[in-house]
Write a protein that binds this ligand. Sequence first.
Ligand code: SF4
Ligand code: SF4
Length: 208
Amino acid sequence: MSELNNRVVEKYRNNFLKEVEANVEEGDWVKMCMQCGVCAGSCPLGDAWEHTPQKLFMMIRAGKRDEVLSSDAMWMCTSCYNCIVRCPRELPITHIMHGLAHYAARLGLSPKNQPTQKFAQLFWDNLTKTGRVNELKLGLNLYFMNGFSEGVKKSLEMRSIGQGMFFAKRLNPMEILGGHGVKDQAGFHAMLDKAREIEDAKLDKFGK
Ligand code: SF4
Ligand code: SF4
């Protein structure tokens, strides 16, 4: 377990709901859930998840911290917004799902090798290099995410799609050399540094 996680456990001992309210995006809405089950019934992927949103909210209130934060469930949300538009209490369920996933990742508690998390990290690293996504590199990184042989196999499988994109001028092989970015690179990176500083300041509130 990470040192940050130990500090958080200490601060919110036996009050996981309070911890979620204070640290998870839109987490202060969780207490408004009346367990009607509409979100669970509306989620197109709900049957395939370890826990539906309804169950996760119940588990948070029941203090099941380890089970919630180590779960794969919130990483499965596709942001379809079915649940949000139907929830009678108007909970921002989608945002809470992503907030829980992000919080679990920050604490180092998310499942190892979770594919959505891996892709999110690849996307973030790619985007923050120049301010624009280099689609060629992102695609290749994705294919090779689980090793060299799988990457070669996947690249060959996708070859005809790549050729089609090239002839339609949707893929530039020269992007492999660096690609394009936003004009004001210095300003873009200063903005990211500031955002990191704000995030670090939030972590500092747990004491060191
Ligand atoms: S639809 Fe809303 S109130 Fe009903 S269980 Fe889901 S989050 Fe709770
Ligand atoms: S937004 Fe996420 S949690 Fe809500 S219904 Fe869609 S997949 Fe399910």
